[in-house]
Design a protein around this ligand. Structure first.
Ligand SMILES: CC(C)(COP(=O)(O)OP(=O)(O)OC[C@H]1O[C@@H](n2cnc3c(N)ncnc32)[C@H](O)[C@@H]1OP(=O)(O)O)[C@@H](O)C(=O)NCCC(=O)NCCS
Length: 148
């Protein structure tokens, strides 16, 4: 499948597509919805999508934090396309972007159910399990390094 990974701006058409995907994949299954405060966080962040033509198949958000640490959040792949390598492809592209911007660590709040996905990408669990959006999570992180 021809897929394009590209960044897009907050409140752009692509952002609205990503928001619908995030809602469908990350909120509706939990019986939740995005609050205004949650969406406000998107404003200064970096948004990436993986597209097939005009159709968004996967998305994620990067938040710059202190000490060379980039946070990856809201990783969502359309349910029909999960398990086909798209999440991995998009996450690796986000890591390459962060590294190129001078960040040395990528971290995330990983759902416990998705922890094996991050483990396969080289992330490890830091600290104890905690609850977010009513489900168990771990902080997981990965040191970013150039491939030699
Ligand atoms: C978790 C998610 C982002 C992974 O993306 P994906 O495109 O489905 O995963 P990929 O196909 O790129 O998988 C890469 C590897 O991780 C494994 N993997 C992916 N999701 C997994 C899961 N939930 N449990 C165990 N292994 C998983 C795949 O089997 C694959 O292994 P392989 O390299 O040995 O073949 C995606 O399934 C998704 O959106 N899930 C629902 C929402 C969610 O949980 N988001 C993460 C929030 S922290």
């Amino acid at each position: 499948m021809p897929a394009t990974i590209k960044p897009f701006a907050y409140l752009s058409d692509d952002y609205q597509k990503a928001l619908k995907l995030r809602d469908r994949v990350l909120r509706q299954p939990l019986g939740l919805y995005f609050t205004e405060a949650e969406l406000k966080k998107d404003e200064n962040d970096i948004h990436f999508g993986l597209f097939n033509g005009d159709i968004i198949l996967a998305c994620l958000i990067l938040t710059e934090t202190e000490n060379g640490r980039m946070k990856m959040r809201q990783v969502a792949v359309d349910s029909q396309y999960q398990g086909k390598g798209l999440g991995k492809e998009l996450s690796l592209a986000a890591e390459a972007y962060a590294l190129q911007k001078g960040f040395t660590v990528m971290f995330c709040h990983a759902r416990k159910s998705a922890a094996p996905f991050y483990q396969k990408l080289g992330y490890h669990i830091v600290g104890n399990e905690f609850t977010e959006v009513n489900i168990p999570h771990y902080v997981m992180e990965k040191k970013l390094a150039l491939l030699t």
